[in-house]
Ligand binder design. Structure first.
Ligand code: CA
Length: 407
């Protein structure tokens, strides 16, 4: 190995995720994460080792690189894996190729044209249904037939490390007869992943479940910030709006589907059987351990949720097949969120709404304070990784601090 990779690193030789970074001496450009370092692909291209126009690497986003197609991007990944492991490789003896991650700034990896969010965890949808509708009939009649989703807002998607201010909005407090305006009292996170589209479809075309994998470049961790009190008052009848679109945070490294391939697992059984256009043969879920931690302003970081992407009822292939079945087209860089990923037991619930059961069961933190929702100056961190047979492929983290509402 021409560079040391810590054995517990998310960014092992098996991963090679793509991102956009800059440093004191390097403008925004494409890099890959390797252990604690970033391999600068613009500098690598100067060695003349790539057979495509290196201009696509010297960009503010990955969109043009991704547009080269998987035949190219997957080869770049396997070439880098081989080069990192050979003392004879073009990368050996050239220290200018690597930048320490601690000395770099990460940026949004793609220009996101459109963002869609699903609602595909049966445990999450059941919990929400129990709290707000009918404990006996928690799932709505369409839920097992349609990967329910809505169109979100792309402009407010931010990369890990950006602070957000508590959103303000209109709410209807319990027992009140008039709505009020002010800072949200029920600010929440949603533990999600998202996938990035890597191939365009044309208007009118249906991307079938069998073809969906060709259209998915890779995945990121996704915190879909939600203001529950604003959401509750506004969502009837058209669904989420200002309770959702003030910010959504993603991790900076896009982990490719090639890197995640060894971690495929079967999804839950779907009953009743889905309509034929949503059917898919083979393992279409991924075993990715996920966790959320909370850090109070002067306190210690503590994990408040451990979940797994493999619990998802609807797969990414089904989500994409459903999204395009009416002819809606997707573009490179579009982002599709999984929906909150909750598991069966209470410790795997992927939002404060569920963890505190709508505020009725606050959790106690190590510093003695309680939380039903997220306080000002709290930092929320999500991590995710897949591990099997000594192979580890991780996402790093997405971390966001909540500041007080603008006055
Ligand atoms: Ca969501």
């Amino acid at each position: 190995m021409i560079i040391n990779i810590p054995t517990d690193s998310d960014f092992s030789i098996h991963n090679i995720p793509f991102g956009i970074f800059s440093s004191a001496s390097r403008g925004k450009r494409v890099g890959v994460a390797v252990g604690d370092h970033i391999l600068d692909l613009v500098a690598v291209a100067e060695l003349g080792v790539f057979d495509f126009d290196a201009k696509v690497l010297n960009q503010d986003t990955l969109n043009d690189f991704i547009a080269l197609g998987k035949s190219t991007t997957a080869k770049v990944r396997t070439d880098i894996q081989a080069w990192l492991q050979s003392d004879q490789s073009p990368l050996a003896k050239n220290e200018n190729l690597f930048v320490l991650q601690s000395e770099a700034t990460m940026h949004l990896p793609v220009s996101i044209g459109d963002y869609t969010d699903f609602y595909s965890s049966i445990e999450h949808a059941t919990n929400v249904g129990k709290m707000f509708r009918d404990p006996e009939n928690a799932l709505l009649p369409n839920w097992r037939h349609i990967p329910v989703g809505y169109h979100g807002r792309a402009s407010s998607i931010i990369v890990s490390g950006h602070d957000i201010h508590r959103p303000k909005g209109q709410t209807m407090p319990k027992g009140a007869d008039q709505p009020v305006f002010g800072p949200s009292q029920r600010l929440d996170f949603e533990l999600e992943t998202a996938f990035i589209i890597g191939k365009e479809s044309v208007l009118g075309e249906h991307v079938t479940t069998d073809k969906a994998a060709e259209y998915i470049f890779g995945m990121v961790l996704f915190n879909d910030w939600s203001a529950r009190d604003i959401q509750k008052w506004e969502y009837v009848p058209l669904g989420p709006f200002l309770g959702k679109n003030f910010a959504s945070s993603i991790s900076p490294w896009i982990v490719t589907m090639e890197a995640l391939e060894p971690f495929r697992v079967a999804g839950p059984e779907q009953t009743p059987a889905v309509l034929p256009y949503l059917a898919h043969e083979g393992a279409s879920n991924y075993d990715i351990a996920l966790e959320v931690s909370l850090t109070p302003e002067q306190g210690e970081e503590e994990v408040i949720c451990r979940s797994n992407f493999k619990y998802m009822y609807w797969s990414m292939y089904q989500q994409l097949a459903h999204h395009t079945v009416n002819g809606c087209n997707v573009k490179i860089g579009d982002m599709l969120g999984s929906g909150t990923i909750s598991g069966k037991d209470e410790k795997s619930y992927g939002s404060m709404l569920e963890i505190s059961w709508a505020g009725s069961k606050p959790i106690k933190l190590k510093d003695g304070t309680e939380r039903s929702f997220i306080n000002d100056h709290d930092t929320v961190t999500m991590r995710g990784y897949a591990e099997r047979d000594g192979i580890r492929v991780g996402f790093g983290h997405v971390q966001t601090k909540v500041l007080a509402a603008h006055s």
